[in-house]
Design a protein around this ligand. Structure first.
Ligand code: SF4
Length: 439
């Protein structure tokens, strides 16, 4: 199944031009790095991991040559341990908490060790699903939250079907993660692993259009909603129709999966100061754009993007236009001219700044909530930003039998947060089904 999906990926997609962020450890390197871990009691690295992977335990297994055991420790806590090893911001999670931070010595490379463990041991791990419960669950969407939820439910003995509206499963793992961190084909490997646990995948099926929630409940005892987040928020100056002005998330999806004319783009402006803006700016810089400007309405220290990502962006040549607000964008002589005003406390003033001429504008000022959620799941309640409101910490919503997790709930956090929420929802669904007469 996944081979067919992998064949559907275009060979000429731009993401194939990117080099990987870190090389895979050789076994000798992994052994010597693993040997540096102190195996701390009450290890702060575990505390800092949203899925509480027993990091010293898997590292000790690498050091003792137990490849399968190392991977098993990771997967027992996090079914998407392979993806997380590549895409987690370890600088602010496990590695940021490592006790070596208080010494002159380098921090233990936990992320690279996890990637090594999954690479050499992931295929050796055998899972034995529990006896069939007779219950069935629908997972709507096939991004990290749904994959993690589906995998856990399958291991608990439930029948699980993933409903994905796109032809390619994987959600943001396939279409949104920076390509120097992970490629679409890597994510499909992980989809294949989840399917190997007994999960069924239906692609090209949109819940709310092709099947209704009532249809889902006719077949399934519970539904997990992991549909992610909505479209890029547009600039409030009405320039959405101008060719060359793109939402950053939509543009990154084209970069990862589709066709994109990037070779004629020399000058790029990315509007925003968050992690999506930094990803888009770094991608343009790495693809060879001569000038990449980050236009941000506040100051450098106010940016919501990770400081380590901004440091890398600066090293790659990205320039910051801080305290600047875009007031207009016009097509002039084949390029885009951006009018700018100085901003104070993030608000535009009457003071104009020099205009900026670019070939491409990427807008990364946030995303809308998934607009379809209230119309599809009528009793599910959302906050004023369109995020699903939960009634407990195991994914329960105001709609009986509907659970949720991932970006649709948290508004757009890391893959590891989506995995954690998906797995906790699986525990909630299991209790819901096994404690009552559902299905
Ligand atoms: Fe090992 Fe660092 Fe975790 Fe301690 S904090 S167990 S040294 S990885």
């Amino acid at each position: 199944m996944v081979d067919r999906l992998r064949d559907a990926l275009r060979d000429d997609r731009i993401e194939c031009r990117f080099a990987e962020k870190h090389n895979l450890f050789e076994s000798g390197e992994a052994f010597s790095e693993a040997s540096r871990c102190h195996g701390c009691h009450n290890a702060p690295c575990i505390e800092a991991c949203p899925t509480a992977i027993n990091i010293p335990s898997f590292i000790e297994k690498i050091a003792s040559g137990n490849k399968r055991g190392a991977a098993r420790v990771i997967l027992d806590a996090n079914l998407l341990g392979a993806s997380c090893a590549r895409v987690c911001p370890v600088e602010v999670l496990c590695e940021g908490a490592c006790v070596y931070k208080h010494t002159e010595k380098p921090i233990v490379s936990i992320g690279r060790l996890q990637r090594y463990a999954m690479h050499v041991g992931g295929g050796l791990v055998d899972f034995e699903p529990a006896s069939p419960t007779g219950y069935s669950v629908a997972c709507v969407g096939s991004g990290p939250a749904s994959l993690a939820c589906a995998g856990r439910l399958a291991l608990l003995g439930h029948e699980v079907v993933l409903y994905e509206k796109s032809d390619v499963p994987g959600g943001l793992g396939v279409s949104g993660i920076a390509p120097y961190k992970t490629g679409a084909a890597d994510t499909l490997d992980e989809v294949e692993f989840i399917l190997s646990l007994g999960v069924e995948l239906k692609t090209g099926v949109e819940v709310g259009a092709d099947v209704s929630v009532e249809d889902l409940f006719a077949r399934h005892g519970a539904v997990f909603c992991g549909v992610g987040i909505g479209a890029d928020r547009p600039l409030p100056i009405g320039c959405g129709e101008i060719q060359g002005v793109r939402g950053a998330v939509e543009w990154i999806a084209d970069l990862k999966l589709g066709a994109l004319d990037i070779d004629s783009v020399r000058r790029v402006a990315v509007i925003g100061g968050g992690n999506t803006a930094l990803d888009a700016a770094r991608e343009c810089a790495q693809l060879g754009a001569e000038l990449v400007s980050l236009v941000y309405r506040r100051g450098e220290n106010d940016m919501s993007g990770y400081a380590h990502e901004w440091d890398l962006a600066k090293a790659e040549g990205v320039q910051l236009l801080q305290h600047a607000v875009v007031t207009s964008i016009e097509e002039v002589d084949g390029c885009l001219e951006m009018g700018l005003a100085r901003a104070v406390s993030g608000q535009a003033t009457d003071e104009s700044l020099p205009a900026l001429q670019v070939d491409l504008v990427l807008v990364a000022i946030g995303q809308e909530g998934a607009a379809s959620i209230p119309t599809i799941f009528k009793s599910v309640r959302c906050d004023d930003r369109g995020r699903i409101l939960l009634v407990d910490d195991e994914g329960g919503t105001h709609h009986d039998g509907v659970f949720a997790g991932g970006d649709a709930v948290n508004g757009g956090r890391e893959v590891v947060n989506a995995v954690d929420e998906g797995q906790r929802a699986a525990a909630g669904i299991h209790k819901y089904l096994m404690g009552g007469n559902h299905g």
